[in-house]
Design a binder for this molecule. Sequence first.
Ligand code: CAA
Length: 258
Amino acid sequence: MSYETILTETRGRVGLITLNRPRAFNALNAVLIRELAQAVEAFENTPAIGALVIAGGPKAFAAGADIKEMADKSYMDCYLEDFITKGWERTAQCRKPVIAAVAGYALGGGCEIAMMCDFIIAADNALFGQPEITIGTIPGAGGTQRLVRAVGKALAMDMCLTGRQITAEEALRAGLVSRVVRTEEVVDEAVKAAETIAAMSLPIAMMVKECVNRAFEVSLAEGVRFERRMFHSTFATRDQKEGMGAFTLKRVPAWEYQ
Ligand code: CAA
């Protein structure tokens, strides 16, 4: 499939999606969001793909929703089309693991798409921010919710109320990103991490993802109960027998489902 605003590539068992509107700092317009959703869907439906990476360019992961495209929308336009829902939520709904490789600006919707991924690997030049307040609106793709869960109330309030951008190092300290690497290496590092995940049993990796995400939705007691049941269910898979058997026999496991 050929796209106008993104590039897609398969590297081994990893599906790599690159946002590609460099002249607009990868501003997220309707076409890009539709194509991103289609690409996520396509990789999710490809059995040979075990994990995804979403990357931008060296200067911008994405500088947010396309301001020029949305500036003149009316309230009714937004309400009736459920603006920032269709297509946008597809990344968060992907059941296979997704890593964001963020270099340069990840602002507004860019930061929000990155936070929809399972974790973020940041380049040392990455800048994260929720500057919507500076253009007379608020984060609308989950920023007020996911950011507070990632970094806590104080920093989330600071970023959303002042529009201040934080560096990769600050993002690492705050727990927004899992690693910081050299800018020129960020995509390869993310693909390497995705390859590691894609070499695991796919259903087990999906269960891990589901359990960790559950922690954001429910109480600790409910989350642990959910985890326990999922843990028990791994014993119904051949891959649990294979993984533990391979450990005992000191060989590499050959998963039934990858
Ligand atoms: N939407 C549309 N176009 C954008 C854009 C955006 N979010 N961000 C950058 N661009 C465009 C600029 O308009 C400019 O285009 P032209 O050359 O045609 O004028 C081009 O990209 C380069 O941008 P700048 O000239 O501004 O470059 P800079 O280096 O001076 O600044 C920047 C870079 C700091 C990223 C700055 O462009 C900027 O602040 N962008 C907007 C950031 C923002 O407010 N994002 C939030 C959007 S709202 C949102 O995302 C809502 C939500 O929750 C989903």
